[in-house]
Design a protein around this ligand. Structure first.
Ligand SMILES: Nc1nc2c(ncn2[C@@H]2O[C@H](COP(=O)(O)OP(=O)(O)O)[C@@H](O)[C@H]2O)c(=O)[nH]1
Ligand SMILES: [Mg+2]
Length: 456
């Protein structure tokens, strides 16, 4: 396995950033990390920073380079390996609001620190071996979590639960890989039948576990990215009225004139602790003007891409049969609206579920919400203990692992050349290394850490 150490930024530099969000607040935090952290902090602080021991807190004044007082602040000292970055770190907790922290940061830069890039503290933590790559990514997910499930998945990943699984795959497969490599080196000795059997017996369950982990991505993606939900149907059936009902506010224009919604509207909605992206679309019909045709084109696009289609039909004015044909049944909920006007017709269809509502009167909305929730989770919302992968990058790496492992299995079962089997095993280990960050490219690290906020 090739180990790749990436230094996109200069590790010699001491970096600084404001770690708290801009705006007014009780406290703001300015972070400083690197070889010269103590020395730089010392030039600005009323106390003697060089004498402070690690993990201690000190109250004092922060002064600018001319010696003028900026703010009274708490200074935290975290030295060497015991800090988040694994380097000497000083944090200033000053008064909140924009200026105190900005002026302290400016003073630190003037005293020799460099402005940190997004995610650079986390990158240093990763390069110092304090966290692996999946844990670094978990920090980003934790900060960006929009619901409680996303938060607990991220915190489990940060705690190393995914890392433990991946590491156990790595350890077991490395052992097997070593045997395969020996087989390549001494092919004339062959692989004893017993050894072959044992190897296969060890690989099957790992392959199964990898497969299971890949399968968690379906829920993991929904948890972290939310679920896109498109309201689709003919004009005037009450799509926009339903959108407003679900959102609990008058967001979309409702009118009795068909063809009112011409573009599509998107809004966030929380249902059962999970984020949905609700998309209201133009009613689908033929023979309309140019603007509406574009709206209809977009509606069809949303229909193709949505995780869940909410097909809205008017109970008092059922559509032509063709309208419901060609819809993706397995991810479509059929909603009969306007049941205050008429009883919906019986329709033999294979839609995932049928719900009757009146958007106008507010009937059946709770039932619909439950149906949406049940459809999404199919009763399988992951528990807090379960390891769930939430990042596409991890899924893709695991699919590579699975493909390569299947080839290893096939190779061993059919006793094909040891070179090929060993090669597949190397691919497999390489892909596991991508998740942990032991086998990654410069560009990948850059793209991962640059998505972080500054000061993290
Ligand atoms: N009677 C009744 N009228 C409704 C209901 N839902 C919507 N409408 C009316 O149907 C018309 C079209 O509604 P709208 O939400 O704009 O439909 P859209 O074109 O599908 O977005 C409006 O006049 C609404 O007030 C309902 O449940 N019952
Ligand atoms: Mg509309």
């Amino acid at each position: 396995m090739s180990h790749f150490v990436y230094t996109p930024f200069d590790l010699e530099d001491t970096i600084a950033a404001i770690a708290t969000p801009p705006g007014e607040g009780g406290v703001a935090i300015v972070r400083l990390s690197g070889k010269r952290a103590r020395e730089i902090a010392n030039t600005l602080f009323s106390g003697n920073v060089l004498n402070y021991s690690t993990h201690t807190v000190h109250l004092g004044w922060v002064l600018d380079v001319q010696g003028h007082r900026i703010d009274e602040a708490l200074l935290l000292v975290m030295l060497g390996k015991k800090s988040f970055t694994g380097e000497d770190t000083i944090e200033f907790q000053c008064h909140g609001g924009f200026y105190a922290s900005k002026k302290i940061l400016e003073a630190l830069i003037e005293a020799g620190a460099r402005l940190a890039k997004p995610g650079e503290f986390a990158l240093r933590a990763f390069l110092a071996g304090k966290i692996d790559l999946s844990q670094a990514e978990a920090i980003g997910q934790l900060i960006g979590a929009k619901n409680e499930h996303a938060f607990s998945a991220a915190s489990s990943q940060l705690a190393g639960n995914l890392s433990i699984k991946i590491t156990s795959f790595q350890q077991n497969l490395t052992k097997i890989g070593a045997i395969l490599e020996a087989w390549v080196d001494f092919p004339e000795e062959g692989l004893e039948f017993a050894t072959l059997e044992t190897l296969l017996e060890e690989i099957y369950p790992i392959c199964g576990a990898v497969k299971e982990l890949i399968a968690t991505f379906e829920n993991g993606r929904k948890i972290s990215c939310g679920i896109s939900c498109a309201l689709i149907g003919p004009p005037n059936v009450g799509k926009s009225s339903l959108m407003n009902r679900l959102l609990g506010k008058e967001r979309a224009i409702v009118a009795s004139i068909p063809g009112t919604t011409r573009d599509f509207l998107e809004e966030d909605l929380m249902l059962g602790g999970v984020n949905f992206r609700l998309i209201d679309t133009a009613g689908i019909r033929s023979g309309s003007d140019e603007v509406e045709r574009e709206g209809i084109f977009r509606a069809k696009q949303a229909l193709k891409e949505a995780d869940l289609v909410l097909l809205v039909l008017d109970a008092s004015d059922p559509p032509e049969k063709e309208f419901i044909e060609n819809l993706p049944c397995e991810r479509t909920l059929l909603i009969w609206n306007k049941i205050d006007l008429a009883k919906p017709p019986m329709l033999s269809s294979s839609f995932a579920k049928v719900v009757e509502i009146s958007a106008k009167e507010g009937w059946g909305i709770k039932t619909l919400e439950n149906a949406i929730y049940d459809f999404v989770w199919k009763g399988s919302l992951p528990t807090k203990e379960e390891v769930v992968i939430t990042q596409l990058r991890h899924k893709e790496a695991l699919v590579e692992v699975q493909t390569a492992l299947s080839e290893v299995i096939r190779g061993l079962e059919e006793k094909i050349s040891p070179e090929l089997v060993a090669l597949e095993m190397r691919t497999c280990l390489k892909s596991l290394g991508k998740i942990m960050g032991t086998d990654v490219t410069e560009g990948l690290l850059n793209s991962i850490f640059s998505q972080f906020c500054i000061g993290k």
